[in-house]
Design a protein around this ligand. Sequence first.
Ligand SMILES: [Zn+2]
Length: 476
Amino acid sequence: MSSVTGSGAKTRAWAAVLSRIPTYAPGKAWGLPHPGERTLKPVSEGWQLLKIRGIPVRIHPSWFVILLLVTLALERSYRSQLAGQLGTTPIWFVALATALLLFVSVLLHELGHSLVALAQGVKVRSITLFLLGGVASVERECATARGALLVAAAGPAVSLLLGAALWQGRHAVSHLSPVLGQMVLDLAVLNLTLGLFNLLPGLPLDGGLIVKALVWQISGSQRRGIEVANASGRFLSWLAIGLGSYLLLRGGGISGAWLMLLGWFGLGAARSQQQLLQVQRVLRDLSVKEVAQRRFRVLEASTSLRQLSEMRLREFIGPQTPKDAPPPDWLLVCDRGRWKGVIDDTPLQELPVQRWDVERVSDHLRPLDSLPSIGESDPLWKAALRLEESGAPRLLVLSPAGLPSGTLEKPELAEAVMQRMGLRLPPEMVAMARRQGTYPLGLNLAQVAQGMVAAGEVAPAGSGPGSGRSRPVPPL
Ligand SMILES: [Zn+2]
């Protein structure tokens, strides 16, 4: 590596930077927002360059910054190495070409992950080149430890093989042209560095994902794998911060700063993972009963449609207009203490006003089990899956006897989970999520629950003693 003298350390630092900090980001929900703290966001925006096997390849505006910095660094290195062989302008072109080829290498690394993920049946949303290199965003995690291992290993394997091939070819090429030979040598070193750096055993680097998959394979628990990989990631991050500060104090300048930045990102990623584990724990430990509200009203079967319409009218006279109001409470119908069914506004819309006095709600009931439901002793992860599967804004909570005891909506579920983690969501945020029928903060709990099922942390179809009349959740 004598020919990368002088700027060798710097070149390696670039390669380190190019190793894509959020390696591959399985969906937004994994980078759980933590109010007041910085979190890793999957890079998804940017311009689409091309599509490879249906995967959009994008460029984020911040990529131009790193392209410029890498070109500058390479230009400095080439100026000392190729002095006398090339003029100033050609050196700039060679530096720019090498920088572009380096990003082609990063793209190949991400394609390695992506194509293996596709082969494992995992959809790849996009590959984006950005400030810290590249990131492949996949829809979900692999369902098996073996699959996760293959996906994680594929990227570094591509970089190392590419690096080795370039290293082998460097002499042959340098006979053709010393300048091309220098480029090939630099790209070989950069690719080898890219592969090796990514094998460092801390999440979210590929090495961390490999550790996670291996521990998962051995222990049978993905959670255990994440915990071990997380711990080693935190250790590495502190090591990077420590080493970075030392280099900075010793005048190491940019290399030290980059190391500290990498350590900082690593700590953030470890924190996100830790939060995800916490959310999973809450979803497993809390039962529906502890979170359920009561967003239904009870009507007598003898109520006339006229009375129903007056009730509806009263609801809408208030600060809220029907357009942006949260979904109205369900109207459950009872006849002398027995549950009869549920009614909505359909008969009011379909029948002429003249009929409203003579028709009773009991003439227009839908059965109670037409509503999506969940048992009150079911865990919250089941409720999250059930909400997603039904597409309904709300679940009917049933007592062990199969009778309505409450309701559950997405925002209430999220609020309860966050509260258990010591975070209080602002009421306005919850209210807005209720109007939209979504989880606040983009906190996709269904995706978290699906991850738990996919990882075998929870049994998908288990219907406990208290699952009431809730339909079993199908395996995913
Ligand atoms: Zn990778």
